[in-house]
Every structure is written in structure tokens, then in C-alpha cells.
Ligand binder design. Structure first.
Ligand code: AMO
Length: 434
């Protein structure tokens, strides 16, 4: 619409055509106000019943909430109006009427339950707070991309339909690919390594990962957005530096571009840009600290993975972002390299927010024979991965990287209770549409 003005740009003295949704109508008798909402904000439309064309007043005041209307008129200053200005309409057109029976009313202050919200996402997104979550998501992804470019990374896109999984066989979604069994990819892991082994050296990808996880939790999705990094001639400490830089860049951007809105909207009450270096705690120390909290029924022993209560106990103890390093080799995947001086200890690391894990990463095994041994140790058939392993015969440099959960990043930045609030159309055990 060429002649349309966003409500936020309407200045006193302008003659404008504004278009958007009917947020609210307040009829005070001789005078009535319609609040029109668009992506930039809201504006008041004033109806003085005795002084205006009867048909125009009737159309404006009979229209149902959430209908789309287009209004033309003069903008005047009005300190009592929500944005300090109001429009006196000369013409009003109902562009798309809304059924008065709304499954969810965006102007209501009381929140509908999450399931109703997700079933009616279009209406849900008309709420300023919800819209802001997705504006912030977009901003975070931009900030992450910019930061990766500062680290000389090239953005790549790798296949989501694959012949083999990498992150554990039980979590794979099988599909039929021209009569053959294939899978939705769980991670760009092997592809990003293959590209890091070319002259491109440093890469990142932001894309979907698919995990057929059985459990329905507030922090798991069956389709998530992974922010992946892989760098040639990097070791695990370099990859940790990059992960830390990316997470901080996301917070800084939210602070800079949305700081005021967070306060106004009561979003992210505890928002704070993380300060200082993230502590790097070894797995061994993590076990000791968790056991010392006395929060768990059973003491953890070497080789145990960290359960949710264990992560929470440690998160409370540390009180900010932190890394867990030097995991036992046996609980890290085949592509993670062991320390040169101790084959029981891996270079794998996790980056944790006090509430949950955000990142897994590590240095990769780049020596062909060792890689094949790793497959065999994990009961995987190296022949199935020949497309990958064979490239390790042609000059594969040492390399390292990580995967960061995009929704978990947003969820922890904004203090969202449920990961589904960070996804437009989440996929979980119950939800395959919309
Ligand atoms: P991992 O499996 O730990 O590692 O995944 C990396 C990060 O992705 C996020 N994540 C999820 N978020 C929501 N729902 C899920 N079901 C889900 N699964 C994973 C988490 C997690 O920390 N290839 C390795 C990464 C690497 O080494 O580069 C990998 O995929 O935030």
C-alpha cells in the first residue's frame, strides 16, 4: 500500500492513511475512540458523533475487534491519547472483517494457555509482548551472524535429508527417499567438519535440527534451530572462546536494541548482559560441586551424565554462565577428540546457563585411523560413513566447533518458562500443526 503511513510515523499536522487491526473501541457517549494497531504501534481514532458523518461513525463503531480497517484523516496532538496524537477520520474502510467470536483476544490482558496460543499463533502474535519475542529472535540471529563474520566465518547450508545419523540412533526421524530409508538430520556435524577441512576453514550454519526425542519437556523440541560453528586449526579452547563471544554478542544486541522494551513489557525481569569470562569447570570438579550441594538423592560418580536436577544444582551453585570441560571420553560422541595425554578424557565441553545446557562442542578427531577406531568403539559401522571418513585421508587439519541451541539461547535470555514460546510453530510430541 503505497500511501500508507505506519502509526508510529503519524505526526501532528500530517494528513495520513493508516491501516491495521481494531484493537479496542471505547464509546463514551457523545465521543468514542477506536484504537488501531499495526506492526509499529497503536494510534487513537476519534469519533465526535454529532459533528461527523453518521455512516462513518456507524461503520467505525460497529466494526468487530481485530477487523482490518483503513482510515484517512488529519493527525492532531492530543496529550490524553495513548501516543500523544489522534486521527480525526474523513473516511474509514473495513478491509477484512473479523468474526466477533475470537478464539483468543489479543487485547485481553489475561494470558490464554500456551496450547490455545499456539493453536492460534496469528492472533497470539498480535500481542505486543509476543511480537517482541520474535523481533528479539530476529535480532539475536542477526547479531550472531555479525559476530561470526567478525570471526572470519562463512555461512553455509548443509542437507537436512541424510543417509545416517550422528547424535545417537534412537533419536532419528526416518523418512522414505525414493524407496530408500533416509533420515531428517540431527545435526550438521559431519558436513560442517567436511567444509572446515576445505580451504574455507571457518564456517557457521543456522538451521533446523530434528530429534525424535520421546520426552515432552519445557526445554526440548523435536525440530530446533542449531547455531553451529566449525573452525580449522582451532582447538577446544578456541571453540569455547567463540561460543562465549557469540552468546555475549546476543545479549549485548538485545540490551542495545530492546533494553527499553524489556522494561516496558515486563519481559525478561532478570535480564543482564553476562559480565567477565565464563568460568571453565572440569567435569571432575562439577561432580564434586554437585555432590557437595546435597541436592541429589544419589552421589554422582565418574562416567555419569548430568541429569536435569544435577545441572540445576550446579547452575545455582555457579550462578552464571559456565563451561564444563574434560568430559569422560566414553560419554562423548565418536567425533570428539581425546586429550593427547589421557585417552579417558575428552576435549568435549558444554556451555551451561544456570537453567540448562546451551552448547556442546569440542575438538574433533582428525586422524583417520583414530576416527575409524572411535566409530568401532561406539558400535557404529564406519563403512556407512565413508563419504565422511575418506576425506580424513586427504589432508584434514585439526579442527574444533560447537552447536548452540537457538531457542534455548532465546529462552534463557528472555527468561521464558517454556521453549515453545521461542518458536513460532513448535514441533513436539503432540504438535504437528499449525
Ligand atoms: P547436542 O546434541 O548437544 O550437540 O546439541 C547442541 C545444542 O543444541 C540444542 N539442542 C536442543 N534444543 C532443543 N530441543 C532439542 N531436542 C535439542 N537438542 C539439542 C542444545 C544443545 O546444547 N553435533 C553436536 C554439536 C557439536 O559438537 O558441534 C550436537 O549436536 O542447546
Amino acid at each position: 500500500m503505497q500511501d500508507r503511513t505506519y502509526t508510529a510515523d503519524a505526526e501532528p499536522g500530517d494528513h495520513v492513511t493508516v491501516a491495521g487491526w481494531v484493537h479496542e473501541i471505547r464509546d463514551l457517549g457523545g465521543i468514542a475512540f477506536l484504537i488501531l494497531r499495526d506492526s509499529s504501534g497503536k494510534i487513537q481514532i476519534k469519533f465526535e458523533k454529532d459533528e461527523m458523518d453518521e455512516e462513518l461513525v456507524e461503520t467505525g463503531l460497529d466494526v468487530s475487534r481485530e477487523s482490518v480497517i483503513k482510515v484517512s484523516g488529519d493527525v492532531e496532538e492530543e496529550p490524553r491519547a495513548p501516543t500523544g496524537v489522534e486521527v480525526t477520520p474523513e473516511s474509514l474502510e473495513v478491509v477484512a472483517p473479523a468474526d466477533p467470536e475470537l478464539p483468543l483476544d489479543p487485547s485481553e490482558k489475561v494470558d490464554a494457555d500456551l496450547s490455545t496460543r499456539l493453536d492460534n499463533r496469528t492472533l497470539d502474535l498480535r500481542k505486543e509482548e509476543v511480537q517482541t519475542v520474535f523481533e528479539i529472535r530476529s535480532d539475536v540471529l542477526r547479531a550472531v551472524r555479525d559476530q561470526f563474520r567478525d570471526y572470519d566465518c562463512t555461512e553455509i547450508n548443509t542437507p537436512k535429508i541424510v543417509a545416517t545419523g550422528t547424535e545417537g540412533g534412537t533419536e532419528l526421524f526416518p523418512i522414505t527417499y525414493f524407496g530408500e530409508e533416509a533420515f531428517m538430520n540431527q545435526s550438521p556435524q559431519l558436513f560442517k567438519q567436511l567444509v572446515a577441512g576445505s580451504n574455507v576453514e571457518r564456517v557457521f550454519e543456522i538451521g533446523p535440527i530434528f530429534r525424535a526425542e520421546e520426552h515432552n519437556t519445557p526445554r526440548h523440541l523435536n525440530e530446533a534451530t542449531s547455531i553451529d560453528f566449525e573452525g580449522a586449526f582451532c582447538d577446544h579452547t578456541d571453540a569455547m572462546d567463540v561460543a562465549e563471544g557469540i552468546v555475549k554478542a546476543a545479549y549485548e544486541s538485545v540490551q542495545e536494541n530492546f533494553g527499553d522494551q524489556l522494561e516496558e513489557l515486563d519481559l525478561a525481569e532478570d535480564f543482564a548482559v553476562p559480565e567477565g569470562d565464563f568460568p571453565r569447570i572440569s567435569y571432575e570438579e562439577a561432580l564434586e560441586r554437585i555432590n557437595a550441594t546435597g541436592e541429589l538423592d544419589e552421589q554422582l560418580v565418574w562416567g555419569d551424565d548430568l541429569s536435569t536436577p544435577a545441572e540445576e544444582a550446579l547452575g545455582q551453585d555457579v550462578g552464571g554462565h559456565y563451561f564444563i570441560t574434560d568430559w569422560p571420553s566414553e560419554i562423548k560422541p565418536f567425533y570428539i577428540k581425546d586429550h593427547d595425554d589421557d585417552s579417558e578424557l575428552s576435549t568435549g565441553f558444554d556451555l551451561m546457563h544456570p537453567r540448562m545446557e546451551l552448547v556442546s562442542g569440542g575438538q574433533r578427531e582428525h586422524r583417520h585411523e583414530k576416527l575409524i577406531e572411535g566409530f568401532e568403539q561406539q558400535g557404529l559401522d564406519p563403512d556407512q560413513f565413508e563419504y565422511y571418513t575418506k576425506m580424513f585421508k586427504y589432508g584434514m587439519p585439526p579442527h574444533a566447533g560447537f552447536g548452540l541451541g537457538g531457542e534455548r539461547l532465546l529462552m534463557t535470555i528472555l527468561g521464558l518458562d517454556n521453549i515453545r514460546e521461542a518458536v513460532l510453530f513448535p514441533r513436539d510430541r503432540q504438535r504437528l500443526s499449525p
